[in-house]
Design a protein around this ligand. Sequence first.
Ligand code: GTP
Ligand code: MG
Length: 355
Amino acid sequence: LRVDESKLTAEYFEQLSRESAELCCAIMLSSEERVRQEVAFRSVLEVARRAFPDASLHHFGSTALGFSLANADMDLSISLGSNAYDAYTPAQLVEKLGVVMKNAGMRDVKMLTRARVPIVKIRDAITGIRCDIGFQSKLVLYNTRLLKAYSRIDRRFRELVFIVKYWSKQRNINEPYFGTLSSYCFVLMVIHFLQIRGVLPCLQQIEPQDGQTVPTITIDEANVYFFEDVDTLVSSGKWTCTNTETVGELVVAFFKYFSAEFPYVHGVASVRTGSVLSKEDKGWTKDRQQEMNRSGTVKDRYWLCVEDPFETTNNVGRPVDKETLFEVRGEFIRASKILCSAGGVGTGAADEATL
Ligand code: GTP
Ligand code: MG
């Protein structure tokens, strides 16, 4: 990658920061949409209880985090009394739910019974909001809480997330079914980058009280501990942010990091440790790589490695193969070049829509 960001001017970074803030305002969910989401949430819960009277419903993912772009799908998860999990397989739960959703007049009902995590997709009849409803493990609620905690520490994180998500969707590399990355993976990549850059701490390594060790809180075989009381991070002296870069500078640095600096061949981006781990140490190497399992769906791939913060055996970058890694990395390089050349030749800040 031959781009020289040292030629970029302070004015360019300022303009880029301003345009980033404008873009975020323009693509963010409106407050009316938020109200409609609440209506959809209540109607999904009401219908789900016709199939499962003791169901409770949880909201996770981008719409729960305030990270969603306009018209985002809502990610919802149902939890049931433990007996239900013995009585039905995950696919049967999804079928039962799908049938009541159809009967209740929900639109575009699709049951993805063979997915890694089976879900029902619906469009709420009243609000038209699309929802993905599953019976996920509690871990999705914990990782949503972890992402929420990071978003409360530094507003630059949220802005960078919006820009990266918007860019990834514009460039069609936000499609895990087609071998590119999930939004969740991009968000973890942003956190990892900001940890390396000194903008964010590593919440899973901060002890609850001075002098204590980091505890283990086990849910579904994962340690879900992290320091959640982020309002006291600074006042308690547990974290001091020394990075004063603007969003414009961070945008340029982010694309440069994943174009030219991140060690794709041997490295694993790890939010849990705030560092790059080695693929070798995690056993995430070619010889363990299984391209397909028996049903023909992807199992484990280790071309691009991003460790799930809690399920440490889960590579969130697993949809990526050799060809799509070339595509994804090519997009990082393209964006980085555009950002640097727009600043260098004095044409003003790059318009994110063109990235
Ligand atoms: P958009 O739907 O594109 O707006 O983004 P999103 O932020 O909702 O992300 P996505 O739909 O990719 O994921 C939603 C949530 O599902 C995440 O916040 C995670 O809680 C969970 N999730 C997605 N993928 C994984 C995964 O591979 N492992 C785990 N443990 N959780 C995941
Ligand atoms: Mg989502």
